[in-house]
Ligand binder design. Structure first.
Ligand code: NDP
Length: 333
């Protein structure tokens, strides 16, 4: 038997989650059964979408169950195998996050060949958040030559990749993020103009100053005032990729939409929401492009790392306080 710890959802949060919503528990893992592997997790991800899964509502991902371990992306190492497809020492990616280890059918994990990348990159830049940036920018926003691109949540896991993909393709990029450290990092990777939205009293005016001729593409990670500012500063035939609206994920009552939605009409704006899972077929092309951009020194990334399974709730809550620069991760191994 191997003892592992896991985080369970103890109660459903109202507003910003607190420690009381989570509990740390221990479980005993027997030796893996026929066709199973035992995996020790090295890294797990916390992502904003998990907040929605803490509510008991039907959505594109099922709600977490009270009293049960949560799930999410993880990278781990096989420690015991009862299946010929995997052997001890193999790195695997799985959806069995929020726990130190697990037994699962071998077919429920994916073997990882990280190549030159660190394994945890497959939870961030080279994984779901990176593909979200790539698909949202190139397919949903249909980026084309000469576009001026505005990105909110620009220093986060998705936003940082959106900014750099657009820069790698030669675009003028305006990012918005909270705080001087994030602004400095975005400038260091070539973002043309960066708005520290926490230091601005008028986001609309700040965007107008940063993009005097308007924006052609808006990549929305935040919603709320950022979306309103983008609508007011959009050029004719602008495209909005609506990726996330983190500013309302902890809302305790329905939030009104943008007051200026009618700008869609006169400016001929196309606004389209998307979920990355419908675009996984783009992953091989994304990894090929990413590998090239990394080799050319055009793309880099940051990680904010919490250590130990017991810190996972703090890491998660930290997403809503802007505590991460780049991908928020929990190191378990
Ligand atoms: P991030 O790494 O960007 O982390 C969240 C960041 O959001 C924080 O660091 C903080 O940065 C910012 N933030 C938090 N609260 C607010 C607020 N009230 N107003 C403005 N900014 C806020 O997370 P991800 O990159 O993983 O996700 C970014 C967005 O993309 C989220 O909305 C997420 O739900 C969405 N997403 C959508 C997917 C899809 O398939 N559609 C897939 C993956 C992510 P700051 O300090 O700058 O405020």
């Amino acid at each position: 038997m191997t003892t592992v710890r896991e985080i369970r959802l103890k109660s459903r949060p109202s507003g910003l989650p607190t420690h009381d919503n989570f509990e740390l528990a221990s479980v005993e893992l027997p030796a893996p059964g026929p066709g199973e592997v035992q995996v020790k997790n090295l890294w797990m991800t916390v992502d904003p979408y998990m907040r929605g899964r803490m509510n008991d509502v039907k959505s594109y991902a099922p709600p977490f169950q009270l009293g049960k371990v949560m799930d999410g992306g993880a990278v781990g190492q096989v420690t015991a195998s009862n299946d010929p497809s995997l052997k001890p020492g193999d790195l695997v990616q799985s959806g069995f996050g929020w726990r130190e280890g697990f037994n699962a059918p071998a077919g429920a994990v994916q073997k990882l060949n990280p190549g030159a990348l660190p394994p945890q990159a497959f939870l961030g830049a080279a994984g779901m958040p990176g593909l979200t940036a790539y698909a949202g920018l190139l397919k949903i926003a249909a980026l084309k030559d000469g576009d001026v691109v505005f990105v909110s949540g620009a220093a986060g896991a998705v936003g940082a990749m959106v900014c750099q993909i657009a820069k790698a393709k030669g675009h003028t990029v305006i990012g918005s993020a909270g705080g001087a450290e994030k602004v400095a990092w975005l400038k260091s990777v070539g973002v043309d103009r960066v708005i520290d939205y926490k230091a601005e009293s008028d986001l609309n005016a700040a965007l107008a100053a940063a993009a005097p001729d308007g924006i052609d593409v808006y990549f929305d990670n935040v919603g709320g005032a950022h979306l309103e500012a983008a609508l007011n500063n959009a050029r004719m035939f602008a495209r909005f990729a609506i990726c996330g609206m983190i500013s309302i994920y902890n809302a305790t009552r329905p939030e009104p939409g943008p007051s200026n939605l009618a700008q869609l009409i006169g400016r001929n704006i196309r606004m389209e929401g998307f979920i990355v899972s419908h675009h996984f077929s783009m992953m091989p092309q994304y990894i090929a492009d990413l590998t090239k951009w990394v080799a050319e020194g055009k793309i880099s990334w940051k990680e904010t790392v919490f250590e130990g399974i017991e810190t996972a709730p703090d890491a998660f809550i930290g997403l809503f306080k802007g505590e991460n620069l780049g991908k928020m991760l929990v190191k378990l191994g």
